[in-house]
Design a protein around this ligand. Structure first.
Ligand code: FE2
Length: 167
């Protein structure tokens, strides 16, 4: 980078990063009985891939919450404290909505509990073996992947083509 370019970008870099306030949204999804068995494009693979992914979330969200909660008492910045409370509330809602979908699929005979149980066992092992710092780092990384996936999905709405709107 030449001197002139560095001078141009420097003020931006010094700006305080924006701190979004996280407002948990209560969705209370309710999946009705007339939703097709294979609700993603009438495709077994797509439907079960999304279901399997959903199965990783309830326990995953709990892991995220705990990894942040572990540091909660050390936070003195009121803005960051508020963000942590918002994050915990939001993740709790996410977990609940995924559980609703997973239970809906389980009632239709899909082995969602097998996947959830595998995730639970794996995360219990990680909780035992990894430091709190590393668990928090893992949460940050996974949330980053989540944001990338969300961006990809929002930028390419055709990805959801054929998915039942209610799902
Ligand atoms: Fe989440």
């Amino acid at each position: 980078m030449d001197k002139q370019t560095a001078a141009t970008v420097a003020p931006e870099k010094k700006a305080k990063p924006s701190r979004a306030i996280i407002r948990p949204r209560r969705m209370d999804f309710d999946f009705s009985a007339d939703i097709p068995r294979f609700w993603f494009d009438n495709n077994v693979f797509k439907t079960l891939l999304m279901t399997a992914q959903s199965c990783t979330f309830p326990e995953g969200e709990r892991f995220f919450i705990d990894s942040v909660r572990h540091y909660q008492s050390q936070i003195t910045d009121p803005e960051l404290q508020a963000q942590v409370r918002g994050f915990i509330g939001q993740e709790a809602h996410h977990g609940k909505e995924h559980t609703t979908l997973n239970d809906f699929m389980a009632a239709r005979g899909f082995a969602t509990e097998a996947v959830q149980s595998h995730v639970r066992t794996s995360l219990q092992l990680l909780r035992k073996r990894m430091s709190a710092e590393r668990q928090l780092a893992m949460t940050c990384a996974l949330e980053h992947f989540t944001a990338m996936l969300a961006e990809l999905a929002l930028e390419h709405p055709d990805f959801f083509k054929g998915m039942d709107d209610r799902v």
